[in-house]
Design a protein around this ligand. Structure first.
Ligand code: SF4
Ligand code: SF4
Length: 341
């Protein structure tokens, strides 16, 4: 597709214009103190594209940490159940790094394919145009290239922007993306060369093969290995890794009841908490950190591969950066590789 371009000032103005048209929700990385998160914006000036990755991943724009599925009220005639008011606005999500965009393609396997589609997630996906932002200088904790991605990856992206200093180049990846940038100016051949060069440089900055080949096959054979007895030992069970992870998607359903009214909420849950698997009887098939850590690794790199042909990790490095005890998934996988028989 033809490479387009837009001046940064014009892009900011465009975001403001869209945010004010009443028909579009614009969501962008917004800084509050040290934390950058995806938030709805009213003006392009609010967007901050300087962070290489947001603290929480883009999943919260599709699968929020707390979401009301329906409300109910007890009435003399029975129960009155209502769905939340549907939001029909189109959504433009800007500044999504390629690893996060790819996580959406991975989450689609869970929420938007097969026989049981999740309408809450699917509705937001269908209404959203994802504007990606290529990574020019991946961090030391990034390893998208080792799990099938790239700092210029296009999976899950509708338009991919590349920062050229005073302007962006824009490549439409899908029809949705093509529509969004239809009026933008064509980029120059120099721009096209510069993007190619920037991509080669960004890819060259990443270490190759951070995740060893054949990890899935090794995991197939090491469920009972004594390795799992110690790998979890310093884990605090805080679940930071799973809450920040763009591909982790476990949730719980809880009731919030006040008097004769209530609402059913979907809230993020995590396999790193003991309560996640505790039965009503009190029995727990994953009673200690050992079983929970094994589950986290097995789910991402074995079961998800079995079910969907892809690992549930996009190499964003959030779990590496934010784990309070520096438990590094890259090291765990390399230690797993040493178990090869
Ligand atoms: S962030 Fe670290 S300490 Fe917390 S649950 Fe994950 S691995 Fe354990
Ligand atoms: S496991 Fe860690 S590196 Fe992989 S996607 Fe999740 S947070 Fe990112």
């Amino acid at each position: 597709m033809e490479l387009k371009t837009i001046q940064k000032n014009d892009f900011v103005a465009l975001l403001s214009e869209m945010a004010k048209d009443g028909e579009t929700e614009v969501i962008a990385p917004v800084r509050k103190g040290d934390i950058v998160r995806f938030r709805p914006i009213q003006s392009g000036e609010e967007a901050d594209f300087s962070a290489w990755n947001t603290k929480l991943s883009v999943k919260e724009a599709f699968f929020p940490q707390n979401e009301c599925l329906y409300t109910y009220a007890t009435e003399s005639e029975g129960l009155d159940v209502s769905q939340p008011e549907p939001d029909t606005r189109r959504r433009v999500l800007v500044g999504v790094r390629p690893c996060d965009a790819r996580s959406l393609a991975i989450l689609d396997n869970v929420f938007a394919s097969g026989d049981t589609k999740d309408n809450y997630y699917l509705d937001k996906r269908e209404r959203t145009t994802v504007v990606g932002m290529a990574c020019l200088e991946p961090l030391q904790t990034c390893f998208c290239n080792s799990v099938g991605g790239s700092p210029f990856g296009e999976e899950g992206v509708d338009v991919l922007l590349c920062d050229m200093g005073k302007h962006y180049t824009a490549k439409a990846i899908t029809e949705k993306g093509e529509k969004l940038i239809a009026d933008w100016e064509a980029a120059s051949p120099e721009d096209a060369d510069a993007v190619e060069k920037a991509q080669a440089e960004a890819e060259g900055r990443l270490e190759p093969d951070v995740v060893p080949d054949g990890v899935k096959e090794i995991l197939d054979t090491c469920f009972e290995d004594p390795f799992w007895d110690s790998v979890h030992e310093r884990c605090l069970g805080c679940a930071t890794c799973t809450y920040l992870c763009p591909t982790c998607h476990c949730f719980d359903l809880v009731e919030e009841v006040t008097g004769d009214k209530g609402r059913r909420m979907r809230v993020w849950d995590t396999c790193m908490f003991p309560l996640f698997t505790r039965h009503a009887s009190g029995a727990n098939p994953r009673p200690s950190g050992k079983e929970r850590m094994r589950q986290r690794v097995m789910h991402k790199f074995r079961y998800f591969v079995e079910n969907f042909g892809v690992a549930a990790c996009v190499g964003c490095g959030r779990c590496v950066i934010s784990c309070p005890v520096n438990l590094d998934i890259r090291e765990v996988l390399n230690d797993v590789a040493k178990l090869k028989k």
